[in-house]
Design a protein around this ligand. Structure first.
Ligand SMILES: [Zn+2]
Length: 397
């Protein structure tokens, strides 16, 4: 065994030993505790020895304890075997993990909660092995259990999400909500948005519309559904409706303004309503804005009202809310205006700012800290929905 392997094992072993010690600190006889820890350490020795058939030895040991021990000993032995099975799984030795967890499930003498935990871990073993059908079957058997039922629902949802099986995910989430009372509204909204996205790709706007309406029934504040509905409205030339929906998005999630600003201006320009456009530009003018909003508004002002007004707006906004991206644009403006003798120096500053801006991520997950330059409605690292948003501040928007 290499040193990194050993270190890898030490962490869960230390955690497990602490947990077992805490469990046994109360009113348990020293003899019982001794039997228990001996059992655990024997198991670890077998695990560390990496002998062929080591898991079979542990299974034999489990059978012996089941036939001889008291109810407490049986429970503790089963817990030990489940923990050791988990260690095998983490090492990638799935067959051994399955053997250990299955052997616990097979013991009829055990209490239901211990067996449910072994079942849950067995389903995770199958999941790790890529045997998703088996994993799903075991999770489904568990969802009605008073023990680990909620965990099984969560794992089933994650399984269908990974598979992009949104229809199944919807069924499980609805069941979960009815059976456990856990609110799955945000997820149900997102699942319907996923299906609506597929309908849009298949050129089925009516189906997409119905799915997005349903998304809002489950999740009335689903900004993604509102944004998708606004885009459908633009495609259907219903610009007034699109503007109404964008207004709602801004009210619910102002940090999403950079995501909607291009389409919002597109809808505004297509209405041909000069007063409406002017009022919106004025509103942007009077508030602090994200960089993308400033840049897009500047280009609209330049086209509609002239370059001088656009430059004035830009400078005011950059002072109101300084950002590296804004500074880079300002430096590029200066490059065009600079005298030939100074141009090289300004160019160096421009190159430097370009490099700095390029290295900065645009989005961050508020839950796990994942950063990237593409908007995700579901965090690719922690799997949470609606947790990724634009980075606001000097280094971001
Ligand atoms: Zn995350």
């Amino acid at each position: 065994m290499t040193i990194p392997d050993l270190l890898w094992l030490l962490l869960p072993v230390a955690a497990a030993a602490g947990w077992f010690a805490a469990r046994h600190s109360e009113a348990k006889s020293s003899r019982h505790y001794w039997n228990y820890t001996r059992n655990f350490h024997q198991g670890l020795n077998v695990l560390l020895s990496e002998q062929q058939g080591a898991a079979s030895e542990l299974v034999d040991n489990l059978s012996a304890s089941m036939s001889q021990g008291s109810a407490d000993t049986r429970r503790d032995t089963a817990d030990t075997h489940i923990a050791l099975g988990n260690l095998y799984r983490r090492r990638g030795e799935i067959e051994r993990a399955i053997l250990l967890h299955q052997s616990v499930i097979d013991k009829t003498e055990l209490e239901d909660d211990v067996r449910a935990t072994a079942q849950f871990e067995l389903a995770r073993d199958y999941d790790s092995a890529g045997l998703l059908d088996r994993s799903e079957k075991v999770f489904r058997e568990l969802i009605d259990s008073p023990h680990r039922g909620n965990d099984a629902f969560e794992s089933l949802l994650q399984l269908h999400e990974r598979e992009n099986d949104w229809q199944q995910a919807i069924k499980v989430a609805v069941n979960c909500q009815q059976a456990t009372g856990i609110d799955c509204g945000v997820r149900l909204g997102q699942y319907h948005c996923e299906l609506a996205g597929i309908a849009i790709k298949d050129a089925k706007p009516s189906a997409a519309q119905a799915l997005l309406d349903q998304a809002l029934v489950y999740s009335p504040e689903c900004a993604r559904a509102l944004i998708m509905l606004a885009e459908l409205a633009i495609d259907a030339n219903d610009h007034a409706r699109a503007l109404q929906l964008y207004e709602q998005v801004e009210g619910l999630r102002p940090e999403l303004m950079p995501e909607i600003i291009d389409k919002r201006f597109e809808a505004l320009l297509k209405t041909g309503d000069a007063q409406l456009l002017e009022a919106f530009v004025k509103r942007i003018h009077n508030q602090r804005n994200a960089y993308s909003v400033i840049r897009r508004t500047r280009s609209v002002i330049a086209t509609k009202y002239g370059e001088r007004g656009a430059d004035r707006f830009f400078k005011e906004q950059i002072l109101k809310r300084p950002s590296l991206k804004g500074l880079r644009d300002w430096a590029q403006d200066q490059l065009a205006l600079s005298k030939p003798g100074e141009r090289d120096k300004v160019q160096v500053i421009c190159n430097l700012l370009d490099q700095v801006v390029e290295d900065k991520p645009t989005y961050r997950c508020h839950s796990c800290g994942f950063q990237g330059n593409v908007m995700h409605w579901r965090c690719p690292t922690c799997g949470l929905w609606d947790s990724v948003s634009t980075i606001i501040g000097v280094e971001g928007e």
